[in-house]
Write a protein that binds this ligand. Structure first.
Ligand code: P6P
Length: 340
């Protein structure tokens, strides 16, 4: 029997990070160690998500977080695991979490030079239905003598040094990108306990006839948004085929599909949510950097490049359109038409 060709040159996330570090001569290794702590938090969250239905963690935790959402037990555990991993890394100075009203300052690590922003379990309202949820994260450099207040995090996404997300589906899928770098996808091998590089250098198709938006909000949409989606569903060109609609309602799952297949994901600001629903710091900006580095675009509801938007406070929200370059360009062009 022909010897089955087994790939023995496996790139784990650990090896990938070590190789990344060698590209930066001035690197101290702090960023690498911070990413190992991040990696561990994804592995431990994945463990609890996988067991949630078995040990009945999917019920309500009986508490509600600061933003009023019903807090699921897993939200609480996911947040606690993430905070503990960042604290114990010794490399994180500031932490913003959707589950924490205030900025967390790790005073025990005054010399730490990174700030992490995260949504530990995004999409948790879908948990009981077994829908893929995920962790979204971003990493900023902070000055050693930074004040340690929310002011330090009023940063545009262009300041991110790395960002990405982990989707907890059939297996945990991690997508990570560094500033100005490529987008790389890793799949968790539960037997090895390692994230394995399975999607090197992800590049989005320039266009794809798939749109992803909650049409239940269309009553509240602004005119240009209504016109844009109407044009996808009822193409004016005779030859035009309507777009396919795909909406999971879990940003990480919708983003992962859009990144791999192409198309557009949108959560527009509208009359019901004038500032939009998704958070700038730990949902929109990290996703925008992933999509731009994969050759796509991301803009807010004013058609401003998402990565240049500065949050007014750490839980500030924004509308967002992100996806294949040409698909986002169509949204921009429709809005331009309405400006004249
Ligand atoms: P809607 C999940 O609650 C979330 O924060 C994102 O993961 C998701 O994209 C969005 O909200 C879904 O919101 O209003 O469509 O249910």
């Amino acid at each position: 029997l022909a010897q089955e060709k087994i790939n023995t040159d496996i790139v784990t996330l650990t090896r990938f990070l070590t190789e990344e570090q060698t590209k930066h001569k001035e690197a101290t290794g702090d960023f690498t160690l911070l990413c190992h702590a991040l990696q561990f938090s994804f592995k431990s969250i994945a463990y609890y998500i996988r067991r949630a239905t078995l040990i009945n963690l999917t019920g309500l935790a009986g508490s509600s977080n600061t933003t009023g959402d019903d807090q699921k037990k897993l939200d609480v555990i996911g947040n606690d695991l993430f905070v503990a991993a960042m604290r114990s890394s010794g490399k994180c100075k500031l932490l913003v979490s959707e589950e924490e009203e205030h900025l967390i300052v790790f005073k025990e690590h005054p010399k730490a030079r990174y700030a992490v922003v995260c949504d530990p379990i995004d999409g948790s309202s879908n948990l009981d239905a077994g829908v893929s949820v995920g962790t979204i994260f971003g990493i900023f450099r902070v000055e050693e003598d930074c004040k340690g207040t929310e002011e330090d995090l009023k940063l545009p996404g262009t300041e991110l040094v790395a960002s990405g997300f982990t989707m907890y589906g059939a297996s945990a899928q991690l997508v990570i990108t560094m500033k100005g770098g490529s987008v790389n996808g890793f799949t968790m091998d539960n037997a090895l306990g390692e994230f394995i590089l399975t999607h090197p250098d992800i590049k989005m198709p320039k266009s794809r006839a798939i749109y992803s938006v909650n049409e239940g909000n269309s009553l509240y949409w602004e005119e240009p948004v209504k016109e844009y989606f109407q044009g996808l569903k009822y193409p004016v060109e005779q030859s035009g085929k309507p777009y396919s609609a795909r909406y999971i309602g879990s940003m990480v799952a919708d983003a992962y599909r859009t990144l791999l297949y192409g198309g557009i994901f949108a959560y527009p600001a509208d009359k019901k949510s004038p500032k939009g629903k998704l958070r700038i710091l730990y949902e929109c900006a990290p996703m925008a950097m992933v999509f731009e580095n994969a050759g796509g675009q991301a803009v807010d509801s004013h058609m401003k490049r998402m990565l240049t938007v500065v949050p007014e406070h750490i839980h500030d929200r924004s509308g967002i359109f992100m996806g294949s370059f040409d698909e986002v360009q169509k949204v921009i062009d429709v809005h331009k038409k309405h400006q004249h």
